[in-house]
Design a protein around this ligand. Structure first.
Ligand SMILES: [Zn+2]
Length: 144
């Protein structure tokens, strides 16, 4: 498929690899359920990238320094140009139901290669949010 979103039927498997979309990340995208762990949020954000769920990506990324229209534009660009092929969680640290902060290291395969990132998540007002990618040379386990 030349660019564009990979259309994923709601009845099909979840892009994150966690089972059926309807019972995996679908309820999170539809706002029926909140992520209980940082890993769940990470998986649901990956699935949102794969499906072009821009509103969910905006809602789950704490990025107060950029305007919503700017963020939406860059997300639309990223979703259009990337074809996401699979997710592998490599390591998680904290990020459980009782934690306020967590990190998830993952590999996301896409049409042009593999993205490896260590992401920082925080629970703000009860909900897990993606904060930012950690510096690449930060070892897993160092939360600043
Ligand atoms: Zn999923």
């Amino acid at each position: 498929m030349p660019g564009g979103f990979a259309p994923v039927a709601n009845a099909g498997p979840c892009p994150c690899g966690g089972g059926a979309y309807a019972s995996c990340c679908g309820p999170l995208h539809r706002g029926e359920r909140s992520a209980e762990t940082a890993e769940q949020l990470m998986r649901s954000r990956y699935a949102a990238f794969a499906r072009g769920e821009i509103d969910y990506l905006l809602a789950t990324h704490h990025e107060p320094e950029r305007s919503e229209s700017e963020r939406r534009r860059s997300l639309e660009f990223t979703c259009r140009r990337s074809r996401w092929l699979g997710l592998k969680i490599i390591a998680t640290e904290r990020g459980g139901p009782e934690d306020l902060e967590g990190i998830v290291r993952f590999e996301a395969r896409h049409g042009d290669g593999v993205l490896t990132e260590t992401s920082l998540f925080q629970r703000l007002d009860g909900d897990w949010l993606y904060i930012r990618a950690q510096e690449l040379d930060n070892a897993v386990g160092t939360i600043k």
